[in-house]
Design a protein around this ligand. Sequence first.
Ligand SMILES: Cc1ncc(COP(=O)(O)O)c(C=O)c1O
Length: 397
Amino acid sequence: MERRALRSFGRSMLAEWALDPAVTYLNHGTVGATPRRVLEAQQRIRDEIERQPSRFLLRELSAVAIGAPLERPRLRAAAAAVGAFLGARAEDLVFVDNATTGTNAVLRSLEFRDGDEILLTDHVYGSVARIVAFVARRSGARVRTVELPYPPRCPRDVTEAFAGALGPRTRLAVVDHVTSESALILPVAEIAARCRAKGVPLLVDGAHGPGAIPVDIPSLGADWYSANLHKWAFAPRSSGVLWAAPERQAGLHPAVISWGFDEGFTTEFDWVGTRDPSPHLAAPAAIEFMEELGAGAVRAYDHGLAWEAARHLAGRWGTALEIPEEMTGAMVTLPLPERLGGDEARATRLRNALLFEDGIEVQIHAWRARLWVRLSAQVYNEMADFERLGEAVLRRA
Ligand SMILES: Cc1ncc(COP(=O)(O)O)c(C=O)c1O
């Protein structure tokens, strides 16, 4: 059950983060920002590891153990806590370093043949497009990119555009839960139903899902869900998860093969060589913090602020906010004034000027000969932060 927010959100919440208070941080979505108490929980785990490193890593961490593990593997206990947050069973969920690693695991485990088709959207994240290109090049598969209607009038527009491109050669579909640059929530459950009807497996890139929007993975009806906990779920960086439907777990291997090879889905992913497991083991502390604040209250605040800020800025800049509110969560992307140009070099110049001259960190990119800004709202932000951005942009337009 959601608890009421323990305190009011806004600038005072910065005390919970290690962020430089001199910088107006409007870029939570890019690499996340970890609350102090989660970092402290992570440090306690590191201290525990360092007291007896080999015992912790080789006997307690995973089922790949020297002899029987002393107790329930620590990663499995963490997976149970994270799974509860995402509506998933622990046995269907493994930790990966990040969404990129999870997506690599799925794509590199599948076998494609010459002429098979992998379906993407034109809003795909760049690294995912590259993983698909790599797999396609090795197998002779064809990559087909569906242009999504932009601005969409409603989620159905997107479902229809994507479903209309599913063909007899389509062997895999890949869609984002929340797109990266355009920051749109895609109708994943509806797309999954249409894929299923055509017998096409669906991989969801949920990098921006957990923490930002309600996520109940099994109910989406997808085959795989690769996500980050370090963007919006308050976990330390290098904390991603990969969920696989039970019937998709056989033959699914991590991108790095190690001692768990062929020992079963969770065992195989829980040991991919010696690494620091503290980001994964601290994920339950991150979720605990979010639930203490009220996960629903956090999402409602983030979305409300991002949307209000986008409306304010569109008005201030005289630009159009044409996307439906229901397709946005904690981030909203809108066009910048046309006078600022529309190429990548201008985007970089503006991003740097805002950071180094005004102390504002925000994501800016070029698309369709325009510059666009992606606003991220987190509980430590308030309207005044976005008003500062509005005026700083106007000074340069
Ligand atoms: C939609 C999407 N997918 C994947 C990623 C990759 O995330 P990571 O670098 O944590 O693997 C990002 C990162 O911003 C993203 O926005």
